[in-house]
Structure formats: structure tokens, C-alpha cells
Design a protein around this ligand. Structure first.
Ligand code: HMG
Ligand code: MG
Length: 292
């Protein structure tokens, strides 16, 4: 039997959130509809966040209402607070994600609160999601390093990840938000986490700033991780993480895994068409994240 690796597409959200030029909702909808027929089973479509913080995601409800759903695909959205979850429920999202950080500096800049405050803020989100039988994914950002605080201690990642799992997240996506990680960092982190958290509850979300995301995926796979986030066309970054230039490209990841004999279920021709579609968006060069 072929070993299967699940690729979770975050391009429409993590890929586009940092674009300086407003992309019309209809283009975002076309992209999601295209991706929905490329063999992906999980697409992070948008974020129900404050439009003051991330203007590009202000059309979340419109995008969710406009997409044509493929029953085989989970359509997920980010929800930082109860207001976000209410938006996600109204939009009939199949899954939501809360996002915390393993560093105080990034937590403050990204969601305007301390780590402890963020965990308290997630409690009612988890409760309402549970009432609505909505699965919740948990992100932990800055698992290797923070653009504000420097290196992150694996123990901090463990504490935040365990808190999110105890709250009811079904999985933790480990965010190397600024792509600072080397395989040795990922191994050190997983050496620390795996005794406490099974690999089946961990996913990798490795930004490719340093061109090491694939090597980091390989390192994580040696620990049994089989779920990885990537973005079509390698788009993206986080507006509150200077240096988070690009996500790991979905095509790059799929090809890398196929060559090693892993199955992803992805149709590379359809992915190539989605990449062409993005080119027609004429995305602007990256803005200075500090200026936002
Ligand atoms: P705040 O300013 O502390 O919150 O922001 P607030 O409650 O004071 O609200 C401020 C304003 O936003 C108010 O409007 C609220 O109504 C509104 P006003 O009264 O001033 O007109 N508001 C909302 N509007 C729509 N939807 C909402 C919402 N909540 C409040 N859900 C807050 C706190 C968390 C809201 C803000 O900081 C925020 O939205 N942050 C999101 C930042 C973000 O999306 N970052 C990118 C995603 S994370 C990421 O990329 C990392 C990841 O990829 C993993 C990795 O790479 O590591 C996941
Ligand atoms: Mg990210």
C-alpha cells in the first residue's frame, strides 16, 4: 500500500491575505472553485478576522457564499474570536481554525493579546464550535523563531499546543511562520513534542522563506507526520510577520512527495491551471508588513 500524505491548501487564505492590492471576491471564488477539483480534500478559504487588521479578508462572507462546493472537500476558515466564529457559522464553513503563537511578541502583533489572553479568548470559540459540531484546528505560530522575540523554546510550543488540544482542537498545525527553521530545528522541536503529542495530531506549516520548507517536511516525516499545509503557487505570508515571504508551494510539495512514492491524490495538471489563474490576478509586489 502506498503511504498517503495529506496536503492542506492554505493559498486562498494564507496565500492572499498579505497581498497589498485588493483581489476581487470573484477572483478568489474562481481560485477556490478551481482548487476544489484538483484532488485536494481541505481548502482554507478565508478568514473571519477584523477587516481593520487584514483588509484583504474583508470579503470572507461573500467568498464563502460564492464558492461552489465539492462534497469531497472540507472548506475551512480562520476564526480569532467569537465574532469570527459567528461569521463562519453563518457562512456554513465545514471547519474553523483558531490561531495562537508560541511567542508573546507575535501574539501581541498578530491578535493583539498575550498568549494567555488568546487561550482564554479561544475557550468560548471552542464551546460554540462544539455545540455546532464544528471541527477546530489549532495553529501555533513561530514554532522555531519569532520576528520580534527571536528563537522560540520548544517547551513554549508544547505548552500552547497542549492547551489547544485540551480545549478540543483535533490537530495542531506547527507554523514556522517566518521560514527560519532548519531540519535540525524541526527535529529538536519534534523530539520535545512527540513524547507528549502523537504525530497523528500534528501537521507542518512551514513557510519557505529560506528555501528549506521541503527539507523541513522531510524531517517531520521521519517523526511520522503526514499532514502538511501549502499554498498554490507558493503565495503568501503573514502581514504581521515581517520576513514571512512565501508559503511552501503546493505543486512543489506534491511533486516532492510523489517522487518519493507517496500518494497525495493531487492532480498536478489542475494545480498548474490554478497557478496560471493566479498569474492572471497580477499580484503586486509585497508591501512592507510593518507599514500595515
Ligand atoms: P482587536 O483590535 O484587539 O479587537 O483585534 P477588538 O475586539 O477591539 O475589535 C476591533 C475592531 O475589529 C472592532 O471594530 C470589532 O468589531 C472588529 P470597530 O468597533 O473598531 O469598528 N472585529 C471584527 N470584525 C470582523 N470579524 C471579527 C472581528 N473581531 C473584531 N472576527 C483581533 C483582535 C483578533 C480581532 C485582530 O487582531 C485580528 O483580526 N487579527 C487577525 C490577524 C490575522 O488574521 N493574521 C493573519 C492570520 S495568522 C497567520 O497568518 C499565521 C498562520 O498562517 C500560521 C503561521 O504561519 O504560523 C495561521
Ligand atoms: Mg502561515
Amino acid at each position: 500500500m502506498t503511504d498517503r500524505v495529506e496536503i492542506l491548501e492554505v493559498g486562498p487564505r494564507d496565500g492572499l491575505q498579505n497581498e497589498a492590492v485588493m483581489i476581487p471576491a470573484e477572483d478568489k471564488i474562481r481560485l477556490v472553485n478551481h482548487l476544489s477539483h484538483s484532488g485536494l480534500t481541505h481548502i482554507e478559504v478565508t478568514s473571519f478576522v477584523s477587516p481593520k487588521w487584514v483588509p484583504q479578508m474583508a470579503d470572507a462572507a461573500e467568498v464563502m457564499a460564492g464558492i461552489t462546493r465539492n462534497p469531497g472537500v472540507t472548506y475551512a476558515v480562520l476564526t480569532p474570536n467569537l465574532r469570527g466564529l459567528e461569521g463562519a457559522l453563518a457562512a456554513d464553513a465545514n471547519e474553523v481554525a483558531v490561531f495562537g503563537a508560541a511567542s508573546e511578541g507575535f501574539s501581541q502583533k498578530n491578535i493583539n493579546c498575550t498568549i494567555a489572553e488568546s487561550l482564554a479568548r479561544f475557550e468560548p470559540v471552542m464551546a460554540l464550535a462544539r455545540e455546532n459540531n464544528l471541527p477546530v484546528r489549532g495553529y501555533v505560530s513561530c514554532v522555531v523563531a519569532c520576528p520580534y522575540d527571536g528563537k522560540t523554546a520548544p517547551e513554549m510550543v508544547k505548552q500552547v499546543a497542549l492547551s489547544l488540544l485540551e480545549m478540543g482542537c483535533y490537530e495542531i498545525s506547527l507554523g514556522d511562520t517566518i521560514g527560519a527553521g532548519h531540519p535540525e530545528d524541526i527535529k529538536r522541536l519534534l523530539d520535545h513534542l512527540i513524547p507528549h503529542i502523537p504525530a497523528a495530531k500534528l501537521a507542518g506549516h512551514f513557510h519557505d522563506t529560506g528555501n528549506r520548507a521541503l527539507a523541513n517536511v522531510d524531517a517531520a516525516m521521519t517523526y511520522g507526520l503526514r499532514r502538511f499545509d501549502s499554498a498554490v503557487g507558493g503565495l503568501g505570508g503573514c502581514p504581521y510577520a515581517p520576513g514571512a515571504k512565501g508559503n511552501l508551494g503546493t505543486m512543489l510539495l506534491a511533486q516532492h512527495l510523489h517522487v518519493q512514492g507517496y500518494e497525495t491524490g493531487l492532480d498536478l495538471n489542475r494545480l498548474a491551471e490554478a497557478e496560471q489563474l493566479i498569474q492572471s490576478f497580477h499580484l503586486a509586489p509585497k508591501s512592507d508588513p510593518e507599514a500595515m
